[in-house]
Design a protein around this ligand. Sequence first.
Ligand code: 5GP
Length: 351
Amino acid sequence: MDWWVSMPKVELHAHLNGSIRNSTLLELARDLGEKGTIVFSDFEHVIRKSDRSLREVFKLFDLIHIVTTDHKTITRITKEVVEDFAAENVVYLELRTTPKRNDSIGMSKRSYMEAVVEGLRSASSSLDINFASDDPERSSARTKKKIYVRLLLSIDRRESTAAAMETVNLALEMRDMGVIGIDLSGNPTIGEWETFFPALKFAREQGLSITLHCGEVPNPVEIQAMLDFLPGRIGHACCFQDEEWKKLRLSKIPVEICLTSNIRTETISSMDVHHFAELYKAKHPIVLCTDDSGVFSTNLSNEYALASNTFGLGRAELFELAKRAVDFIYAGKRIKMELIELFESAARTLE
Ligand code: 5GP
């Protein structure tokens, strides 16, 4: 096994539906095609295409949501996504998803999230999964892989202030089911910061952690406003200008870096100009993440291998990068301590 697969890793930026297995997506699309709900050949073409622009990616998400948004399927995808991350030795996962409402099938944002939690529960048949409690009590299932999973609820940029507030309230109600924070995502060319600000502010006042997709397109006014908000982390930071870099560095806000995603969506033109290198050199807090492992045909081990090959980081440096991510997780102190212990013990066995 390659060492970037066997070393423990922390994933902090993974969208549930974007992490769907390609095989599952094709199977679900084929089923709906047979039922006449969709034209399968249209889907197949889009699913199999690998070089998509940012705009095409959001079109694909609309298609994915048609195929995936029912309770049973959401439960299945959640279980599979957690199993896939655990299989490549991700030991802590913050999985984010946009709670969806679909009146025609009796789905509310709450029932959607309950289906996600059911998926976490059913993953426990194959994994030693901790998804709700900060209690470090270890299960007796020593033979199963251990993974901590926490949930972030995403506000989609198409949503109104009221809908965003509904998501925040749901997150607060579901705190004892592993929900620890809020993400702002969705098509970055849509929506205004002012629309989401009240809900994000309220979420933070109530003790939820916040991460924002920031700077996926050039929008200096929004980037400044987001940095002024001082979120716990930001995702991407691709289209920053000098002023914004300065502010980011001063703020020390950790950045979730998604190398493959940035290249595939062409938000960064090529790997050799990726801001990973600058931020790494400046010792700015960064964490490697997948974004949408299904949509971009990647996984976290692959992102580490890519960083190693592109930026010349050695084994010890990559291990340190993975371990440092523990500092930026949103779960509490006890879990951080357990994870540090786990990394230290892995360091001894990987030596
Ligand atoms: P879901 O929330 O349905 O589980 O995951 C898919 C959703 O995540 C997409 O519809 C989109 O709102 C969001 N998303 C996934 N990847 C990206 C990305 O690279 N940038 C942004 N801004 N949003 C994304």
